[in-house]
Design a protein around this ligand. Structure first.
Ligand code: NI
Length: 174
């Protein structure tokens, strides 16, 4: 396993539609291992392959329970993810992104949905997610379509790392 560099805006790979995975061979296994290690090192709760410069439909997510912090985080690897059964109700929440350091924004997301795709061995998986877990999946799958959270928000905030104060900037800045 190896750490990979997280690419930042305005890298073109972040704006392209990623390709479906067709081969579940050693290259994919190495990519998934490296993405998990990189996500944990940053640290982040999710990472999409374009964020390490690889234009493939692969995401990793590691997140615990919204209500109970004693439940250890669960790791998900989803290849070629797609959503079904998205709840009609949307909820607003504050998101950031490893590829847009120093900025956060409020984004509306489906409160719950089902993620379908394949695990790293090529077996079909179906994951029911709600709350923050559902939000993270939506954020990561957006990356596979070249969409960033700033595209879904009217205002983003710059985070001052010293004071952790936020100030409003227009969303052309990042
Ligand atoms: Ni992101």
């Amino acid at each position: 396993m190896a750490l990979r560099e997280v690419v930042k805006v305005p890298a073109p790979v972040l704006r392209r539609r990623a390709q479906k995975v067709t081969e579940f061979g050693p290259e994919l296994q190495t990519l998934v291992d490296d993405m998990i290690e990189t996500m944990r090192a940053e640290p982040g709760v999710g990472l999409a392959a374009p964020q390490v410069g690889v234009p493939l439909r692969v995401i990793v997510v590691e997140y615990g329970d919204d209500e109970d912090e004693t439940i250890p985080p669960k790791l998900f690897t989803v290849i070629n993810p797609e959503f079904s059964r998205a709840s009609p109700e949307l909820v607003s929440g504050t998101e950031g992104c490893l590829s847009i350091p120093g900025f956060v924004g409020d984004v509306d997301r489906h409160e719950s949905l089902t993620v379908k795709g394949f695990n790293r061995r090529g077996q079909a998986v179906s994951i029911k997610a709600n709350g923050w877990l559902a939000r993270i999946f939506q954020h990561e799958v957006d990356h596979l379509d070249g969409v960033l959270f700033v595209d879904r928000d009217e205002k983003v905030w710059r985070v001052d790392e010293q004071t952790t104060q936020v100030s409003i900037v227009d969303n052309e800045s990042p």
